[in-house]
Design a protein around this ligand. Sequence first.
Ligand SMILES: Cc1cc2nc3c(=O)[nH]c(=O)nc-3n(C[C@H](O)[C@H](O)[C@H](O)COP(=O)(O)OP(=O)(O)OC[C@H]3O[C@@H](n4cnc5c(N)ncnc54)[C@H](O)[C@@H]3O)c2cc1C
Length: 336
Amino acid sequence: MIKTDILIIGAGPVGLFTVFEAGLLKLKCHLIDSLPVPGGQCAEIYPKKPIYDIPGFPTILAGDLIENLMLQAEPFKPGFTLGEAAVSIEEQNDGGFVVTTTKGTQHAASVVIIAGGLGVFQPRKPPISNIGDFEDKGVEYIIKDPEFYRGKKCVIAGGGDSALDWSIFLAEKKIAKEVVLVHRSSSFRGHLDSVQKVIDLAERGVIKLVTEAEVIGLNGFSHLENVTISHQRDGELIENTDHFIPLFGLKPTLGPMGDWGLEIEKNAIKVDTLDYSTNIPGIYAVGDVNTYTNKLKLILCGFHEGTIAVQSAFARIHPDKKNILKYTTVNGVKGF
Ligand SMILES: Cc1cc2nc3c(=O)[nH]c(=O)nc-3n(C[C@H](O)[C@H](O)[C@H](O)COP(=O)(O)OP(=O)(O)OC[C@H]3O[C@@H](n4cnc5c(N)ncnc54)[C@H](O)[C@@H]3O)c2cc1C
């Protein structure tokens, strides 16, 4: 049994910064994440994209932000249970909780802070019967590192920002040898500038654009070799490729946390903005996973929520102690 003051479910940017704020109050944290590495959406979906609205950083790559947050949390020696999803929670007689993961790891904590973002990541997969056979053998649902595709031919599918932006990036920066963008319709859901850019690149022959078409088959032996495309006008086409990257978005699902007795609204956990507490005393929800009037799903808002939640957690864990706000400029960062 892993024991801690605060158990944080979700090691995304908000969970990581919450460790720092809890550490300043001398509260020890342990984080659980279903992904094998910390960083949440920043690490999983867009590590190489610049973010422009983190205070004090005119621009910072999402992956670098996570590295910095890990460094900032380091003095407080957080524990990590990675690659395991939190599946069940049991309230204890002392008011604390025991949270168990998919692999049966148990965690006991006085307070639970849910920083679960979109929930457990589940990419929307195209309905191709043998797609599972090619996962990590030429089929990826998320582009983690564009360098992985250097000199390779890539067939990207989708009509949203992700599909458009990555097609532009891989082709324009000459990372991929060849980029084919396949989309079901002739109109796109992404930003107009990105749509226009893709059309321009296609006209210049930098991207091959195949619209009104769908990838319906994957073929190869130990690795993907080609895809079958069904085109509304031209019928079935075979496109040789090294990679097929369907970017149809992630299915936001709270998963088992949706059955923990928490008040849920539109797939998010309702909180009281006084301290970001949920309807269950001792459980808080911060970052993208929560909802309240005027909620903004932004990293900086999540940082604020985590900061306020740990103040309330302190009062719950130490009802006899008074917490006085101390500036880090005055007190420094005294780790454990
Ligand atoms: C392409 C893109 C661009 C963006 N650009 C910006 C931007 O410029 N500025 C900005 O402020 N925001 C941006 N965002 C939004 C920003 O990424 C999110 O607001 C932020 O990631 C939320 O952080 P979080 O820690 O709350 O959740 P997440 O980053 O979603 O992390 C949550 C973590 O919880 C884990 N988890 C969930 N459920 C469980 C469970 N049951 N057990 C274990 N682990 C669990 C997940 O695996 C995940 O790692 C962008 C988002 C995307 C997709």
